[in-house]
Design a protein around this ligand. Sequence first.
Ligand SMILES: [Zn+2]
Length: 134
Amino acid sequence: MNVQCNGGGVGVTERIPCKTEGCSATILPTTAAKTGGTCMPCHQEQERQKRQAYIEQHRRTVNLYEGLTDPVDILKVMHAPRKYDPLIQYVPYPLSREQVYVSLTAEEAGRMLKYALELLARAMRAKPTISYCR
Ligand SMILES: [Zn+2]
């Protein structure tokens, strides 16, 4: 490949200071056009803060454990896959999984085991295509 000198065009482009107060970065005019005059890190920080403010304004709190008293039901909720949504804040259960597990009675532990086996069986059925792969 033949690389030609472009006459020093690169490097001559004048850099302009970032608009953010206290930021000493300089940026290319093309960057300034994209960000509105701030350097990329400042721009990203602004965007992050905007998103964060939006999330805080619109976030709702969901308590999946409300009304649950059966530790097996509580564990089922703990294990259930949860769709990640930044606008939903899930209230954590006051006890950890481990703490709930060790507090199970023998009868409850048996029900939990049965539930876990059902989940495993369902997971096996859910991916039958794998056996056809070469
Ligand atoms: Zn900056």
